[in-house]
Every structure is written in structure tokens, then in C-alpha cells.
Design a binder for this molecule. Structure first.
Ligand code: KIV
Length: 305
């Protein structure tokens, strides 16, 4: 068995499998050339993982946002390890080139270091190439433990949705000088403890730019302005498949919700009007069987008259 990772079609770096070292290199590349910025989207199942991967996105995140956009929970807090693993395995089957990150859900890394490593290892066995945990300085020891167990870690600071109760709602973070200072400590602590990159969510553009400049690992922003080393969006937000009004930073590249509703209504109308399925959309008997069947039916009819 070769110990070298599969490198797509091997013809250029753009087609190579994205790995931790390659991702970390993109820090310097992104600084000088915007076309080297890291692109990241969430995916939650085989078709979305495959579509995102084949479109050439660098990083696929099985986000715990799946609790809201796929499972209909009000927030991410109810999401379980089993649910995340189920979706991670499905995405894994669709993703070949992109780097695959799985979110550790709320309470899966909050109890003890031992339990955190055990849970994170389950994600690696399910096909994740890194796990993402929310929190900065206060997660430093955990990050070290995971890295020690050969599990790459992605940090996530700023507006951390699993802190919903403590934050009292989804609010932009890092607006006061004290908060900016804490965010900087958080980012530096994650870097020091071996995180391979860090998601910056819901913070002022200026703060994200400062952090991106100060740390040596790549930053991936969501609602953090354009100066990060990469950008991530939730798949369903990008495609107009969510129900509420989108957040300020969401750019909708398609309105698939409307497309789907219209297709479903057309199906319903066609069935009710008899327009679906048509004869061409039906299977048919072979000619000789049909002739025999018709003859039998004719004989039966004649006998009953
Ligand atoms: O769960 C998720 O989708 C995320 C992204 C918003 C970064 O954590």
C-alpha cells in the first residue's frame, strides 16, 4: 500500500488533495494573492459533499449548523455526537479532494480531556481530517491534548453559536477594546497550542484583519469581513434553502427554495390533472405478450356477454 496521499489527477496543485500542511501554507499565499484564498462551505450529506468538492472548494465543514438547517432544531445545542457522525460519514463518501472538517457538537468536549479525545477520535474514524471546537484560550489545554493524539484541530472564536445561552443571543463579538484584546489572546492561544487554522465568526472586519495579520495560522472568516485568509458560508444560506431572513454577511448565489417549491407544485398539478406520468414515461409489455393479453381479455369479455 502506498503511504502517499491520493493527489486527485496529479496534474496541478489545484487538483491535489488538500491536507493540513497545504492548508497552513495558504496563509502566506493568501496574503499576496486573493485567488489563493481558502474557500470553505458546509455540507451535510453525500450529494452536497460531492457537489461542493467537485466544484473545487478547498475545505468542507460538516458543521453542527446541520442541527438547524437539516434537522430543524432551533439552535445547535441539541446536536449529538451520533448525529454528527452519521452526517460526517455521508459527506466523507462524497468528498475526495477537499479537506474535511467535522464540528464537535456541544457537550462533546466540555466534560473532560479524556472524553474529548475519545469523541474526536470517533470523528477521525468516520473520515474527518480535523475536528473543530469552539472557544479560544479556555480550550488551549484541550487543543494540545487533541494535537498530541494526532488529531488536527480547527479553532473557532468570536460569535460561537454553542455559547448562545451565555451570549444571550447571536451578537457580533469583539466590539470593545477589552473584547478585542481577549479575541487576540484567544487566537494566539489556539496558534500556540497547535490548531491548524481558526474560524473567525461575527466580529468586526477590522478585528479580523488584525488577528489575521498577527497569527501565523490561516483564518477563515464568516461575518468577519474580507481580510481573512479564507471564507466559509453555510451551504443552505448560499443557495437560499433557509427559511428566516439571512444574516448581513450572507450572499445568496441562488434561490433554490423557490426553484424547489415551483418544481414540487408542478409535480402536484401534473398528477392531479393526469399529465404525469405520460405514456412515454411508462414501461410497456413486449408486443407479443400484449397481443396475447388482449386476446385473453377479449375472450373473457365474450364469455360474459
Ligand atoms: O456549524 C457551522 O456551520 C459553522 C460555520 C458557521 C463556521 O461552525
Amino acid at each position: 500500500m502506498s503511504i502517499f496521499p491520493t493527489r486527485g489527477n496529479g496534474s496541478s496543485l489545484d487538483h491535489a488533495k488538500v491536507t493540513v500542511p497545504e492548508l497552513m501554507q495558504r496563509k502566506t499565499l493568501a496574503a499576496g494573492s486573493p485567488n489563493k484564498k481558502i474557500t470553505c462551505l458546509t455540507a451535510y450529506d453525500y450529494p452536497t459533499g460531492r457537489l461542493v468538492d467537485e466544484a473545487g472548494v478547498d475545505v468542507v465543514l460538516v458543521g453542527d449548523s446541520l442541527g438547524m438547517v437539516m434537522l430543524g432544531y432551533e439552535n445547535t445545542l441539541p446536536v449529538t455526537v451520533e448525529e454528527m457522525l452519521h452526517h460526517t460519514r455521508a459527506v466523507r463518501r462524497g468528498v475526495k479532494r477537499a479537506f474535511l472538517i467535522a464540528d464537535m457538537p456541544y457537550a462533546s468536549y466540555h466534560v473532560s480531556g479524556k472524553e474529548t479525545v475519545r469523541n474526536a477520535a470517533r470523528f477521525v474514524k468516520a473520515g474527518a481530517e480535523a475536528v473543530k471546537i469552539e472557544g479560544g484560550e479556555k480550550r488551549a489545554a484541550l487543543v494540545e491534548r487533541l494535537v498530541d493524539a494526532e488529531i488536527p484541530v480547527v479553532g473557532h472564536i468570536g460569535l460561537t453559536p454553542q455559547s448562545l445561552l451565555a451570549m444571550g443571543g447571536y451578537k457580533v463579538q469583539g466590539k470593545s477594546l477589552k473584547d478585542v484584546e481577549q479575541l487576540m489572546h484567544d487566537a494566539l492561544a489556539l496558534e500556540r497550542c497547535g490548531a491548524c487554522c481558526v474560524v473567525l465568526e461575527g466580529i468586526p472586519r477590522e478585528v479580523a484583519a488584525l488577528i489575521t495579520h498577527e497569527i501565523e495560522i490561516p483564518t477563515i472568516g464568516i461575518g468577519a469581513g474580507p481580510d481573512c485568509d479564507g471564507q466559509v458560508l453555510v451551504f443552505h444560506d448560499l443557495l437560499g434553502l433557509t427559511f428566516g431572513p439571512p444574516a448581513k454577511f450572507v450572499r445568496r448565489y441562488a434561490d433554490l427554495g423557490t426553484v424547489i417549491t415551483s418544481a414540487v407544485q408542478n409535480f402536484k398539478d401534473d398528477v392531479k390533472s393526469g399529465g404525469y406520468p405520460s405514456d412515454a414515461e411508462s414501461y410497456h409489455l413486449p408486443k407479443d405478450t400484449l397481443v396475447t393479453l388482449q386476446a385473453i381479455a377479449e375472450r373473457k369479455r365474450a364469455m360474459t356477454v
